[in-house]
Design a protein around this ligand. Structure first.
Ligand code: NAD
Length: 498
């Protein structure tokens, strides 16, 4: 059985005293083992990143960008292999993995523009013979901690931009599906990155806690569930680090009575069940305004769900695959049980999926639940499975209040033909990413990604312009070169231009 190691100072390191099993979620069998880094291993990675920093910081931005251009080429050339690694460990269907990879590559493309992004600001003659400018300097060694659900894309929200800005990096990917992440880091190395600039340590809480406490780490980017995001944010802050911690979600779609229902159903199908609902932007709640809209939605949705194909990643005719672990499968089943006990109606039940040839896989069939209310546990918590819940309300105001009252505020969407309603919704709703007839409003790489409320701890969103700000600190320099013979006397008042 092959062991997955770490990438430290340009070398793969596999020695460890602790290992964790990696499963193929479609078959339910153990396929590999990943080394879990000890404190010493993580410190070794930080030492390598610290040593590489001075030279990398002073490497011209255009040269750093050239490595990103080469990295993009290598990602594209090796896309099939990366998608296979994702599919084997995460379970997502190959076309979905290809989409995730493409979104990651778009962040590399953004990082290719780093000479332009770091240009800074300049003001001549802010005073007599005085010029002033602001520049964005890198922070030093920065860390990323990422979740299982996007093993390629989410790490690439972080390290390409951080490294392009002149930082060095230590990444701790999810220990559940680490192979594609490690391989991608090796491609960056192959693109010409000097040893030590990019390091990957696989591991669990033990590794994370070193990254949160070591004084050489200047900033931490985290993406994962809300309880861990909160822990990461408070611990990193207590240790004097800059931190952005993106957490969980419960994304609602409002279905207005005037919505194009066939379009809404098609959009919701992919957004609710794609990637088995294991997306932080998955639409897990449909809020129907009016019973007519609710009845039409449930009727059309349950009909459309009959055609969904669930299975292994390698068959590209499948719509989605298994969930990540047996434990998670049971947790999703538990949420469906609880909704039923709480009085909701299970319209389409995915608790007994039959996938020929994959009887031991961690599959959950697409599930539709009607009559869900705000007090139900299945409504309040993130399920992270292929489960769409329908809540019925009477007005758009009620629908918006429901969304605003939820602890999460990652993404949301409205299906309507009414521009005024859509504009009011996007203006007032307390959610960070909003779609209008767009079910998965994941911002493109040149905007930034982030939720509100308990979906994000920190001020700056991930990637895009906020990413540049997160991975740099501003320095403002004011200079005068006094002409020979012109000397000002001492002044004790605050300098002004009055
Ligand atoms: P998770 O919180 O279990 O793990 C995320 C990372 O934290 C992993 O690297 C893991 O090793 C580490 N970790 C886990 N427990 C820890 C602990 N006790 N102490 C320190 N580190 C710990 O999340 P997951 O299950 O891998 O991913 C799914 C979650 O991520 C969902 O809640 C989903 O909504 C969220 N997510 C959010 C976004 C976003 O942008 N907001 C994007 C993707 C996923």
């Amino acid at each position: 059985m092959s062991n997955i190691g770490h990438l430290i100072n340009g070398e793969i390191v596999t020695d460890s005293t602790r290992y964790q099993d990696i499963f193929n979620p479609a078959t339910g069998t153990i396929s590999k083992q990943v080394a879990l880094a000890s404190k010493e291993t993580v410190e070794e990675a930080i030492t390598a990143a610290q040593a590489a920093y001075p030279e990398w910081r002073n490497t011209p931005a255009i040269k750093r960008a050239r490595i990103m251009f080469k990295f993009k080429e290598l990602l594209e050339a090796n896309a099939n292999h990366i998608c296979k690694l994702i599919g084997e460990e995460h379970g997502k269907i190959s076309h979905d993995a290809a989409g995730e990879l493409q979104r990651g590559i778009e962040n590399v493309e953004y990082a290719c523009g780093i000479p332009e992004l770091l240009k800074g600001e300049y003001s001549k003659n802010v005073g007599p013979s005085i010029d002033s400018w602001s520049e964005l300097q890198p922070l030093g060694v920065v860390a990323g901690i990422t979740p299982f659900n996007f093993p390629a894309m989410v790490p690439m929200w972080m390290f390409p931009l951080a490294i392009a800005c002149g930082n060095t990096f230590v990444l701790k990917p999810s220990e559940r599906d680490p192979s594609s992440t490690l391989y991608i880091a090796q491609l960056l190395q192959e693109a010409g990155l000097p040893d030590g600039v990019m390091n990957v340590v696989n591991g669990d809480k033990e590794a994370v806690d070193v990254l949160l406490s070591d004084q050489r780490i200047k900033a931490v980017s985290f993406v994962g569930s809300t309880p861990i995001a909160e822990y990461i944010y408070s611990t990193a802050n207590a240790n004097g680090k800059r931190c952005q911690a993106l957490g969980g979600a419960k994304n609602h779609a409002i279905i207005m009575p005037d919505a194009d229902m066939d379009n809404a159903v098609n959009q919701l199908l992919g957004a609710a069940f794609g990637s088995s609902g294991e997306r932080c932007m998955a639409l897990s709640v449909a809020v129907a305004v009016g019973n007519e809209a609710g009845d039409a939605l449930v009727a059309k949705m349950s009909e459309a769900m009959k055609d969904l194909k669930v299975g292994a990643f390698s068959d590209s005719s499948n719509d989605f695959g298994p969930v990540i672990t047996r434990q998670h499968q049971q947790k999703v089943f538990g949420f469906i049980d609880s909704a039923e006990k709480d009085g909701a109606t299970i319209v389409v039940d995915g608790r007994a999926p039959e996938i020929a040839g994959y009887e031991n896989g961690f599959f959950v069939g697409a599930t539709l639940i009607d009559g869900v209310t705000q007090t139900m546990q299945s409504y309040q918590q993130e399920i992270f499975g292929p489960v769409l819940q329908v809540v019925r309300v009477n007005t758009m105001e009620e629908a918006m209040q429901l969304i605003d009252d939820h602890e999460y505020g990652n993404g949301t969407c409205i299906f309507t033909r009414d521009g005024e309603a859509a504009r009011y919704f996007s203006d007032h709703i307390q959610v960070g990413m909003v779609g209008i007839n767009i079910p998965l409003p994941v911002p493109v790489a040149y905007h930034s990604f982030g939720g509100w409320k308990r979906s994000l701890f920190g001020d700056l969103h991930a990637y895009g312009p906020d990413g540049v700000r997160f991975y740099t600190k501003r320095k403002t320099i004011t200079q005068r070169w006094p002409s020979a013979g012109v000397r000002e006397g001492a002044s004790f008042s605050m300098p002004t231009m009055k």
